[in-house]
Design a protein around this ligand. Structure first.
Ligand code: HEM
Length: 381
């Protein structure tokens, strides 16, 4: 017996025909090796949705001008109802999204899922990763605090070093010679209109391709067997239930971090007060450190090669095996890349700071190399 609402719709639309493709998708079995690591893609989606929702709430009070930006964020954090919570969830969400998207990329790398026929799923994935990073870069400026102002000044300076096109690109990004009101407007438009829609449509394409081609099995390229309902795991309810559990855990993590480790707003941006050792956000630290070791132009060339390699990786690695243990060369390259990201990140973190280790004080130079500080200098610091 149909409910009156269902009947009302059934008299106007062919509900069975509409329902069929949905049922087909829900019943599609997933390969037997599917694990919790296969929820990293939906975790990335969770963060995207969470960022959009908290971003809309932030937009109610945020004002993208030099005069009001800092004060409006302060108002959200101190006065707006639950403002502190959605601002913190947005800030933590941005950081966690980058980690989760990266881990999802790593998972598909380790299981060789980028190989034929899923090369384009990977290419669109890389685009998603870069857009997520640009989200971070543009959003960082919006609170208009000291850290944001100077990190953006340095970040846009890097673009300016490229010959011929660099200077016009820098001016285009900044909307003028220096970072100012024009820069906030531009970053704001990119952050709240261009990037969310770009991410939305590319996620649609990405997930459509994943559903259309199915999750990769561990069989070598060319001998992938079709997953049968008997050997596979049902997408619904088994995998969907797993995703539901993960979403609740993530929500718990976001709220816990927002309460226990809130992000500080810091001081309002002051173009006349240059802070000591300006550093970008943690996810740009490895790139920022690499740039220090090379002459300007060569450095930019080196760090631009990395994204290029990432995009064309499925076309470089033409081996048929997917299992990580049967791909020693790919795995070695992967491990070396992760290690260098960690090493350069740590070097950048320590560079231009002073720290005490085992009772001795060390000053880390811009290359992250520690120099012991003599006791007399330490006393007079
Ligand atoms: C906002 C970012 C992203 C979202 C929302 C997203 C979403 C998803 C989802 C839901 C899946 C299916 C479930 C899973 O495998 O976890 C998936 C699969 C896949 N993703 Fe992503 N993804 C994103 C970024 C990326 C990135 C950065 C890459 C790699 C550069 C990537 C490459 C892949 C590949 C190759 C598959 C197929 C996996 C397989 O068949 O085993 N994705 N993605």
């Amino acid at each position: 017996m149909k409910s009156p609402i269902k009947r009302w719709f059934a008299e106007r639309f062919d509900l069975d025909a509409l329902n069929q493709p949905i049922q087909k998708q829900l019943k599609k079995p997933l390969p037997g090796h599917i694990s919790w690591f296969h929820t990293l893609g939906s975790m990335s989606l969770f963060f995207f949705v969470s960022q959009v929702l908290t971003g809309i709430l932030l937009l109610i009070y945020y004002r993208p001008t030099v005069h009001d930006a800092f004060e409006s964020v302060k108002y959200i954090m101190t006065t707006a109802t639950m403002g502190w919570l959605y601002r913190q969830i947005h800030a933590w969400g941005a950081n966690l999204m980058i980690i989760v998207v990266f881990l999802h990329m790593l998972r598909t790398f380790i299981t060789g899922s980028y190989k034929k026929p899923r090369e384009l799923t990977w290419v669109f994935g890389v685009l998603l990763f870069f857009i997520t990073l640009v989200f971070g870069f543009t959003g960082y400026l919006l609170p208009w605090n000291q850290l944001a102002y100077w990190a953006t000044t340095v970040g846009t300076e890097v673009a300016g070093a490229v010959p011929v096109v660099g200077e016009p690109i820098k001016i285009l990004l900044r909307g003028g010679v220096a970072v100012g009101g024009e820069t906030i407007s531009r970053f704001f438009v990119v952050h709240v209109i261009i990037l969310p829609w770009a991410l939305f449509f590319i996620i649609l394409i990405h997930i459509f391709m994943v559903r259309y081609q199915g999750i990769a099995t561990m069989d070598p390229v060319g001998s992938e067997k079709k997953v049968t309902a008997k050997e596979g795991i049902p997408f619904f309810p088994d995998h969907v239930l797993k995703e539901g559990i993960v979403f609740f855990v993530l929500l718990g993590v976001l709220i816990t971090l927002s309460v226990l480790a809130p992000f500080d707003l810091g001081e309002k941006a002051d173009p006349l007060k240059t802070p000591h050792a300006i550093k970008p956000e943690w996810y740009f630290l490895p790139m920022y450190q690499v740039l220090k070791y090379f002459p300007k132009l060569l450095g930019i060339f080196v760090v631009s090669l990395a994204p290029l390699f990432l995009v064309i990786w499925p076309f470089l690695d033409r081996g048929k095996e997917r299992h990580p243990l049967r791909r020693p060369l790919s795995m070695t390259i992967g491990v070396l890349v992760i290690l260098s990201l960690l090493i350069f990140g740590v070097l950048a973190h320590f560079s231009e700071t002073r720290h005490r280790f085992l009772g001795k004080t060390y000053e880390f130079d811009i290359y992250g190399i520690p120099h012991p500080v003599s006791e007399s200098r330490e006393a007079g610091k």
